[in-house]
Design a protein around this ligand. Structure first.
Ligand code: ES4
Ligand code: ZN
Length: 351
């Protein structure tokens, strides 16, 4: 494509990538061996016969829950701080070089790790080491880690997790004298996993408690498999400042107006939507409607190791189908910076 070199060099932000979703089958098998963590036997599930057969299985997910089954098996091999560091380093280092990624906000699911006896500190420390290593190599990238509460577990589990996050001081600057935007170990919270029959209102008190504790950056997966009503509920009941996925918004004209008026950033994951059969084809992801309506969106890879590609391949797939102009790409890039949680100083550098 004639715009290909432009699209590669375009400075990018990514706001919707799950750290555990960057665990490749290669690293899954390697960590399984290193940490002595058995995977399902090939007799139980032939997908685990080889790296190739696992990739093959990943290419035919039938739903969000079908994917989440494999995604949570992947978690089991992540044990040591160095495992999380390796995972984070691979993402930050590769994406800054391959896609000119300049700012990343990366999700993780603490509840599943806590249930396995892995502390939040282990994950956050591994992440911080990886970011420092990449920055020491001279890469100009900023990045934040965002814990997500999980809807497939009882909300009481989210309550326990929030308590651990707050008592662990993760939302405070390591040095209180240095309080400024983006100086905390964790910069916000999210909500993800299964969406159907899990209305956002169930998590309202979690988000209220978080706000009272000074957490202002909040987001939720809404309108992926769920209806537009769940997006409205996330805005009204959780008071989130961002919406993850949000593709169902296109079914509700009033909601589209509201998202545009309130300048809510929608973190769209077009390739993920096709892989999880939220949409049959890329063409059906409502990017053109969003663009025409002035609904701000960023483009994201979601779970790149599971959905067939990292951020650059998402940009290329979108360009192939939607054929945006250079001016439209500039709008997408600018909205991504505007909607980031990196603080005004960093935003000025990225603009
Ligand atoms: C996710 Cl694609 C998707 N949707 C909801 N929750 C998730 N967690 C990881 N990937
Ligand atoms: Zn997601």
């Amino acid at each position: 494509h004639p715009l290909h070199p432009f699209l590669v060099s375009l400075p990018k932000t990514e706001h919707h990538m799950h750290l555990e979703g960057s665990l490749s089958p290669e690293l899954l098998f390697r960590l399984s061996a290193k940490n002595n963590i058995p995977l399902p036997s090939p007799e139980t599930d032939p997908a685990f016969s080889s790296v190739e057969s696992l990739y093959e299985r990943y290419s035919s997910f039938t739903s969000l829950d079908d994917f989440l089954h494999y995604y949570y098996i992947g978690f089991t091999v992540l044990v040591h701080e160095s495992d999380f560091e390796e995972l984070a380093y691979a993402y930050l280092s590769t994406q800054s070089r391959e896609a000119n990624l300049r700012h990343a906000e990366v999700f993780f699911d603490p509840q599943v790790h806590i249930a396995r006896g892995i502390s939040i500190e282990t994950i956050v420390s591994g992440w911080e080491s990886a970011l420092q290593k990449v920055q020491k190599e001279g890469v100009d990238i900023s990045a934040q880690l965002i814990p997500c509460f999980l809807r497939h577990l009882d909300v009481k589990d989210s309550e326990r997790c929030l308590s651990l996050l707050l008592s662990g001081g993760f939302f405070k600057p390591p040095n209180p004298a240095e309080e400024k935007p983006s100086s905390r170990r964790l910069e916000g919270i999210g909500l993800c996993s299964t969406e159907l029959d899990k209305p956002p209102s169930t998590w309202a008190h979690i988000f209220t408690t978080a706000k009272q504790a000074g957490i202002t950056n909040t987001t939720a997966h809404a309108g992926e498999e769920g209806p537009a009503e769940y997006i409205t509920a996330a805005l009204d009941d959780l008071h989130v400042t961002r919406i993850d996925h949000g593709v169902s918004a296109a079914d509700d004209e009033n909601l589209m107006d509201r998202l545009a008026k309130e300048q809510v950033l929608v973190t769209v994951c077009p390739v993920s939507n096709v892989r999880l059969r939220v949409k049959q084809k890329l063409e059906q992801v409502p990017l053109r409607r969003f663009m025409e309506k002035g609904v701000r969106f960023s483009l994201n890879s979601d779970d790149p190791a599971y959905f067939g590609g990292y951020l650059q391949s998402v940009y290329c797939a979108v360009q192939e189908v939607f054929g945006f102009t250079v001016a439209q790409w500039a709008v997408i890039a600018r909205n991504g910076v505007e909607g980031s949680w990196c603080g005004e100083e960093r935003k000025r550098v990225l603009m």
